[in-house]
Design a protein around this ligand. Structure first.
Ligand SMILES: Nc1ncnc2c1ncn2[C@@H]1O[C@H](COP(=O)(O)OP(=O)(O)OP(=O)(O)O)[C@@H](O)[C@H]1O
Length: 585
């Protein structure tokens, strides 16, 4: 486990220093106990010999001062090591996840990341110090005590050693059970955490369905399960813990009886007997601590395992000599195949080929599940194609430097995430050095200016957690304004489809049209609104992971396929709306 912990750290020097300090303290503690022997021997005579005790008392005093100094030094070193270890692990994790493909960031993986960065990294830092140090003490103090006892009285030392073959299996068993209980408790606690998140997230759905009590019941079940695991753990640990205590007590009683017998037979002096009993206590006591520590060490090992699992997720492969500039903003697919479940499972895309020439605007349409979002994700390298080639600027996306590629690509997703900051700062993320005029121009083109005008503090209005103070359409307009400000020459848009009121739908479509109008920019949009379709000069129809139609809107209207039917339906709906409006008094 210690090796596993060390592999997490690029520079484990601080932990080594702390370990050395703890080891020195443990050995010193054992040696100071050894000094007790001559001191007691000199002082517990019928005529106390202060002259003989003097030098040992001085050595003991100096040793105690040194112990105090080292202990004082160890506290800040331990605190610093704990903080630094946690901070380094967090840094390491964050740096690593920035190299992972965007497709990795599923809800489950985001939760894993949150747990690793918040609780696991902190717990590893803390436990490495709070359990690592005492574990060293609990091992080295008995070892030093045995060595000193050998020098003082080999018979008692052999008696101590005789306890080890009985104590060690008991420690291991109690430690193993405690560790298993710890793991089960952690899992039960994770279950509660998961249910709590679900409980919060599902509130609107549960209440709308009149099932407000359901979530509460599931939460209660998780709490009950945790309590059951806790009780079962206590019961399971009881016998091994008692066995260990019995072994330790039996060992102490054996030392006590043998020492008493040797005292009465005159083999040992009173001073020696007292000193040996003190050594016996200090030999057995740390072993008990070790049992408790094993559970905590397992908890740390579990956290180390979770952090290591995240750090071993392979990053996006980067070629040794990557393409660092996109060049011509052309997007092309050549016989691309991709399956979410890996090659061999049902494909989301199958032999997809098309080209979006530079400056073109292409509407991606097709029934639900056709593969439209997958096309967008493969261009932005959320993951890589299983077969064929996704090309940007004439080169496979895998040949590009991922950062350079994403510098020239803007992605506008349906579910736009905004930071809990002002509208202006949320826009400036795209280009922090943009001038005020550039900011306003992007906002105008994305029809964001009218949204800002309605907000209480205009540009300085905070948008709330995840942008909760804005509607879905308004958030998407912020995202489109970001894309405009970023001046990416390739823009991929998944148009907000649901829950948009007509005004918002029109505004989003206008904003997308503003993107599409620019002849320098290549736009690929998963289009839903008629106005968005009308703004595109090309259409690509996907069905069941294949391209079934491709061409200009006029060509496809004439072809009488999926697009022609969709277009006819949209025209009918528009005519119906106009007629309904005309009928209104
Ligand atoms: N993360 C995922 N894991 C597993 N399968 C997925 C995942 N995302 C999409 N799929 C599957 O891949 C296929 C294509 O999905 P995709 O999201 O690309 O379709 P779409 O045309 O964008 O659909 P929609 O219009 O409903 O968003 C579907 O069968 C879908 O179930």
């Amino acid at each position: 486990m210690i090796r596993r912990l060390y592999t997490l750290l690029p520079r484990p020097g601080l932990l080594l220093r702390l370990g050395a300090l703890q080891a020195a303290l443990a050995v010193l503690q054992g040696l100071l106990l050894g000094v007790l022997v001559p001191v007691l021997d000199a002082l517990l005579r019928p005529e106390p010999d202060f002259g003989a005790a003097g030098p040992w008392l001085v050595i003991g005093g100096l040793g105690t001062v040194l112990y105090g100094v080292l202990a004082v030094l160890a506290t800040p070193v331990g605190f610093a090591a704990s903080m630094e270890l946690g901070a380094r692990l967090r840094h390491h994790l964050i740096r690593h996840v920035t190299t992972l493909p965007l497709g990795w960031f599923t809800a489950r993986n985001r939760a894993r990341l949150a747990r690793a960065v918040t609780s696991d990294a902190g717990a590893i830092g803390q436990l490495a110090v709070t359990t690592g140090g005492p574990a060293i003490t609990a091992t080295l103090v008995p070892a030093t005590v045995i060595a000193i006892t050998f020098a003082v009285d080999p018979t008692t030392a052999l008696l101590f050693l005789a306890v080890v073959p009985f104590a060690w299996p008991a420690i291991r068993r109690a430690g193993r059970v405690n560790a298993e209980v710890e793991t089960e408790l952690e899992e039960a606690a994770a279950g509660i955490a998961g249910r709590a998140v679900e409980f919060g997230q599902a509130q609107p759905v549960l209440r709308a369905a009149g099932q407000g009590g359901t979530g509460t019941a599931r939460m209660r079940d998780a709490l009950l399960a945790h309590r059951r695991v806790y009780r079962r753990g206590l019961r399971r640990a009881l016998v091994p813990d008692l066995t260990f205590t019995a072994v330790v007590m039996a060992g102490f009683v054996a030392v006590l009886i043998v020492t008493a017998l040797r005292l009465t037979s005159g083999e040992l002096a009173v001073a020696e007997a007292v000193a040996l009993l003190v050594l016996a206590v200090r030999f057995l006591e740390p072993l008990a601590t070790l049992v408790e520590l094993i559970g905590a060490l397992r908890a740390m090992d579990n956290a180390v395992g979770r952090v290591r699992a995240l750090l071993s997720v392979p990053p996006l492969p980067v070629p040794p000599d990557p393409v660092t500039a996109v060049g011509v903003p052309e997007v092309a697919f050549a016989s691309v195949g991709y399956a979410y479940g890996g090659p061999g499972s049902a494909p989301a895309l199958d032999g997809v080929s098309f080209t979006c020439p530079p400056g073109s605007s292409t509407a991606l349409v097709g029934p639900s599940g056709a593969g439209k979002s997958t096309v967008v994700r493969l261009i932005a390298r959320f993951f890589d194609a299983d077969t064929g080639s996704v090309r940007v600027g004439g080169r496979d996306v895998r040949d590009h430097d991922p950062a350079a590629l994403l510098a020239d690509i803007a992605v506008v997703l349906q579910d736009v995430y905004l930071f809990d900051d002002t509208v202006e700062e949320n826009l400036r993320i795209a280009r922090p050095d943009a001038t005020r005029a550039e900011l306003l121009a992007a906002a105008d083109a994305a029809r964001l200016t009218e949204v800002v005008a309605r907000l209480p503090d205009g540009w300085d209005t905070r948008v709330g957690e995840g942008g909760a103070r804005l509607s879905g359409g308004e958030r998407q307009r912020v995202s489109i304004a970001r894309a405009l400000l970023k001046r990416s020459r390739i823009v991929l848009v998944d148009e907000a489809a649901s829950a948009l009121d007509p005004e918002n739908e029109r505004a989003v479509a206008d904003a997308i049209a503003a993107l599409a109008r620019d002849p320098e920019r290549t736009v690929l949009v998963i289009a839903h609104a008629p106005a968005t379709l009308a703004a595109c000069d090309r259409v690509l129809v996907l069905d069941a992971g294949r391209v079934v139609e491709a061409g200009t809107p006029d060509e496809l209207r004439a072809a009488g396929g999926f697009f022609a039917r969709l277009d006819a339906r949209q025209r009918e709906a528009r005519a119906w709306r106009l007629a309904a409006r005309a009928r209104q008094p």
